[in-house]
Design a binder for this molecule. Structure first.
Ligand code: 13P
Length: 334
């Protein structure tokens, strides 16, 4: 059971879920960061990762649109190019530092080529150290694949892992972001995504209740309800919003403070338009963003590893951050 001290420490979720702000996901593992750097012709060295992450966190005024930044472990302990701690720069910007705590996906034996997420072993002690280092929230991402099932086994495993992680995080004073990503891959229509999402969230909340997770001290990071990436029939932002809000109303208690969507391979503009469509009326939760690619894609390309392009790249990041801030308020116009 949670003690009062833990609850008080966790009030950060209200800061993160504040009007006109959302999360910058910059928690690419070193391997994923390497792929992003390769796409602009850079080597995956610590210096290049540091230069890129410095560019992101020093974008002037970023905190106006961004309330939290999810970091990879390396970044939590990393300094910027000028020697200041990255967590200190975030604090100056009014941005709460968070930490990816899962250890990634591995094949799920006995399933239909599905995966499960590792990282529960030693989680409590790692989280206690992350808290000391300045982290105030955590993220655990597991995935569910529609073309591969999803099997009952994969959904139950995903839900149970998320619930154990959420309970351990709350015990260690970190607000858990609960992220069962339903991958976009596949030719299925939006109805099928809706059906799978209902099942996944039902299992996740059941498992969280069984593990005594305090719902008012969590944040969710769902996928939007869209057709599969290869589906012939595309959906408008209004359709995506209608299905996604129907899902949230059916499955998410109003005590949950914030719903911070992932972008999942949507284009930058699409992710903004869909979020904007969801904020055209009042919602019981803060409905916002926790994007990686949909905030960073143009920024990364603009930078291209060139020191004289840092300002232009930061402007590209701020442009997306501001657009999504307006979308959180339902006021984005393209
Ligand atoms: P994308 O917005 O690129 O899907 O990344 C979100 C995420 O889960 C990383 O934290």
């Amino acid at each position: 059971m949670l003690c009062i001290r833990t609850y008080v420490r966790m009030c950060g979720q209200k800061t993160i879920a504040s009007p006109g702000r959302g999360i910058l996901a910059m928690d690419e593992s070193n391997a994923t960061c390497g792929k992003r750097l390769a796409s602009i012709g850079l080597e995956n060295t610590e210096a290049n990762r540091q230069a890129y992450r410095t560019l992101l966190v020093t974008a002037p005024g970023l905190g106006q649109y961004i309330s939290g930044a999810i970091l990879f472990e390396e970044t939590l302990y990393q300094s910027a190019v000028d020697g200041r701690k990255i967590v200190d720069i975030l604090a100056e910007q009014g941005i709460v530092p968070g930490i990816k705590v899962d250890k990634g996906l591995v094949p799920l034996a006995g399933s239909n080529n599905e995966s499960w997420c590792q990282g529960l072993d030693g989680l409590a002690s790692r989280e206690a150290a992350y808290y000391q280092q300045g982290a105030r929230f955590a993220k655990w991402r597991t995935v569910v694949s529609i073309p591969n099932g999803p099997s009952e086994l994969a959904v139950k495993e995903a839900a149970w892992g998320l619930a154990r992680y959420a309970a351990i995080s709350q015990d260690n004073g970190l607000v858990p972001i609960v992220e069962p990503e339903i991958l976009l891959d596949g030719e299925h229509g939006i109805e099928r995504t809706f059906e799978v999402a209902q099942k996944v969230w039902a299992e996740t909340f059941y498992a969280m209740a069984e593990n005594n997770v305090m719902f008012e001290g969590i944040l969710l990071k769902p996928s939007m309800v869209t057709p599969g990436a290869e589906a012939k029939d595309r959906a408008t932002p209004e359709q995506v919003a209608a299905y996604t809000l129907k899902l949230l109303h059916r499955r998410i208690p109003p005590s949950v403070p914030g719903i911070m969507f992932l972008s999942g391979g949507q284009s930058e503009v699409e992710a903004t338009q869909n979020l904007n469509a969801m904020n055209q009326g009042p919602n019981p939760w803060h409905v916002s963003f926790s994007y990686a690619r949909a905030l960073q894609n143009t920024c990364l390309k603009t930078w291209g590893g060139q020191p004289d392009k840092v300002k232009a790249a930061q402007d590209a990041l701020l442009l997306r951050a501001k657009a999504n801030s307006l979308a959180q308020l339902g006021k984005y116009t393209s």
